[in-house]
Design a binder for this molecule. Sequence first.
Ligand code: FMN
Length: 176
Amino acid sequence: MRTIVAYTSGTGFTKTYAEWIAEELGAELIRTEELTPEQITAADVIIHGGGIRASRIGGLRKFLRNWPELESKHIVLWHTGANPGHPETVEKVWKQNLTPEQLEATTRFYLRGGFDFSRLRGTDKLIMGVMRVVLKRRKHPSESDKGMLAMFDEPRTELDRTNITPLVEHVRSLQS
Ligand SMILES: Cc1cc2nc3c(=O)[nH]c(=O)nc-3n(C[C@H](O)[C@H](O)[C@H](O)COP(=O)(O)O)c2cc1C
């Protein structure tokens, strides 16, 4: 089965997962913006991943513009974030990013990434810079505020190759 792994990544966490998944499955690796309808038509399984930015999954909207080509394929999605991935949090994000039809037609995973302030650019850097100042000024920071602030001082990575196992096994089950 011809498999494509497409991804959008700002600071490299999603990219690392995309590379691992493609390697594991012997799949073609493509950035979302380079993916063409012709490539989708020629594939059987399309896997897409993006990093989360305040409830929006990077690249997903662009990817879903190919829905006419996608809907007859096996579609597997993941998103990468800094949060620990509690099922309610993850499901809420999917519901915010997908229509009921798309929820029905896709299989979805969450792969925890991390946070690296030093690798942010442009608007992302600006937004998170403001957030850092706001958190620092809080007189009574919560535990979660403190946890967030610590991530600004030191890059945090939860990248772990074993996290891809459920996704990879799901795709293999489609292939067998
Ligand atoms: C502007 C901005 C907003 C973010 N919002 C969230 C969020 O809502 N939930 C979360 O878990 N992580 C959030 N993150 C963290 C990223 O999702 C996380 O660093 C992810 O691993 C980035 O993946 P990437 O390097 O592939 O872009 C945010 C990061 C930025 C820069």
